[in-house]
Structure formats: structure tokens, C-alpha cells
Design a protein around this ligand. Sequence first.
Ligand SMILES: [Zn+2]
Length: 87
Amino acid sequence: MTDRKPDSSWGRKLADIWPDLVDEAHIWCLHCLRVFPIGEWDRTEYCPAADCNGSPLDARAWSELARDYGWPAVPVEGQVYDPYSEP
Ligand SMILES: [Zn+2]
């Protein structure tokens, strides 16, 4: 659990669905496999990619994925990180 109170409506919405995500700097989209700063998601309340309609339900914590797949701690914004492809 975290004591941090999200200061945006999306942050609060996200906290309801995924309480652990509010402390993340980057959020990965299950829909388009791209990653964006949490502030970008915050603005649109959906995946920031113009051609993606990923919702908060598609949001995943970057730090966990980076750990599981050996991806960089700080991702390239908007880049596709595909967990299903072989390196
Ligand atoms: Zn997306």
C-alpha cells in the first residue's frame, strides 16, 4: 500500500483499479505494447498513443515488466516493448 494521494482524477481512478501503479513513473500499455510517462496517461485517461484505445485496465507497471523481461529501468517514451518476441 501507498500513502500517496494521486492529485489527478485519472490518478485516483487508476489507484482504484491498480493501487500499485500510482507510484510508477512509466506505464506500459497491454493494448499497443508501448510505454508512456504516467503524466501522459493522466492527461488523456487512456493510452496516449493516437492509434490506441487502451484503457486504464490495459495499464501495467513499467518497473515490474522491466524486472521480469530485463528491460531498461527508464524506457524510451512511445517505443514498443514486446514481451512476446524473442530478443
Ligand atoms: Zn496503447
